[in-house]
Design a protein around this ligand. Structure first.
Ligand code: SAH
Length: 359
């Protein structure tokens, strides 16, 4: 159905005036624009046939018009309630989305690309290579899908799924505006996470969004960072940190640094001291993320004691720091893990085609 239509024409992602113009073009009165807008973004319809307030004949005629919704291809729930989804896009490609329920919140971890070109050593998505960028509507769809499945409003969105958001900055910014305006999630409840793409942090700052911004640093010096993040070779850590300082100057907002802790690699006391030197006086917050093992890699998660020592050194240097454990480890919650593991399982078990592995 949707593959035969131009991607540009899907309805999700369009603003109220754009939807109104579109619906007028189908011969419907202006007020139907607002109805369509509500049914798309609030009720989350998957096709126009579902919009029962519209004339029957029109719905029948329009039933195959592409709304822009994906299909849940597979999902898995961890004991802590975290749900991980594989969503099938209009062209058959598969992306990951995670729904994380905590007390009053429902956070969605969205993908911004199919695969990723950054190839970070510790990241499952990095092993897949890059296939394509997601369009803004494909990011919105992920949020609506989780909202529908949990029957609960999504309160927060983090761009920490597959892909590098700043490599797809235009669509990510479009998605941020629509998540805010059309789906109704406050900008401060949205987090964009990047490993750093030259000049893009400045470009993001110049958008003057109210979003939370996180930079995946993962190492306190250039040599070590390059061994973990291949693209860092073209983006020296001092340039990255300078651009981060500019971000703070332009937006007047603090940013977060993410730092994966890999046992024996970047978690030694001297690494913490070196990191503290870089970040002294910087309006920032450090999130330490104990490594989530992925089967391809030899890295190990450090023990609690090592993690606490690292944290204490940063605190002694007056640096705001917290430790963030990934939720839903059982649902293969690290970046790209469900897709990687599922595909592997299918390769081993040829008798069970991927399509049949639903819910
Ligand atoms: N490309 C962006 C966003 C995707 S990854 C970025 O790099 O920030 C989101 C976060 O998950 C990043 O901080 C990333 O480094 C981290 N991550 C990736 N693989 C991980 C793993 N195996 N264990 C723990 N965190 C991981």
């Amino acid at each position: 159905m949707t593959t035969t239509q131009s991607v540009q024409s899907v309805l999700l992602g369009k603003s109220l005036p754009e939807l109104t113009e579109w619906i007028e073009g189908t011969g419907q009165p202006t007020y139907r624009g607002k109805q369509l807008y509500q049914w798309l973004y609030q009720k989350g319809v998957h096709n126009l046939q579902e919009i029962t307030v519209f004339p029957k004949a029109w719905r029948a005629e329009m039933q195959d018009y592409p709304v822009g919704r994906s299909q849940i291809h597979h999902h898995k729930t961890a004991p802590d309630g975290t749900r991980k989804y594989l969503l099938k896009l209009h062209d058959g490609l598969i992306i990951e989305t995670v729904g994380i329920p905590t007390e009053k919140r429902l956070t969605v971890c969205v993908s911004s690309q199919v695969g990723c070109a950054m190839a970070c050593e510790f990241c499952a998505t990095g092993k897949m290579g890059f296939t394509r960028h997601l369009q803004a509507y494909e990011i919105l769809d992920q949020v609506l899908t989780v909202q529908e499945d949990f029957r609960q409003r999504v309160s927060h969105v983090v761009f920490m799924g597959m892909g590098e958001p700043l490599a797809n900055i235009e669509e990510v910014i479009k998605a941020v505006h629509s998540l805010n305006k059309d789906i109704g999630i406050g900008q401060r409840s949205l987090t964009i996470s990047t490993v750093g793409v030259p000049d893009k942090i400045r470009a993001l700052a110049e958008e003057h969004l109210q979003v939370t911004f996180a930079v995946s640093l993962h190492a306190p010096n250039q040599d070590l960072r390059e061994t973990l993040i291949p693209t860092a070779k073209h983006y020296p850590i001092h340039d990255l940190l300078d651009e981060c300082r500019e971000y703070v100057d332009i937006t007047r907002r603090r940013l977060s640094f993410e730092y994966i802790l890999l046992a024996g690699v970047n978690d030694l006391p001297e690494h913490a001291t070196e990191l503290a030197k870089h970040l002294r006086g910087f309006q920032s917050h450090v999130n330490l993320i104990p490594y989530n093992p992925i089967s391809e890699e030899e890295f190990k998660r450090p023990g609690k004691k090592r993690i606490n020592v690292f944290k204490q050194i940063l605190q002694d240097h007056k640096i705001a720091v917290s430790v963030r454990y990934s939720k839903g480890l059982e649902a293969d919650a690290a970046c790209g893990q469900l897709r990687t593991n599922l595909i592997k399982k299918v390769e081993v078990d040829h008798a069970q085609p991927l399509q049949k592995m639903t819910k």
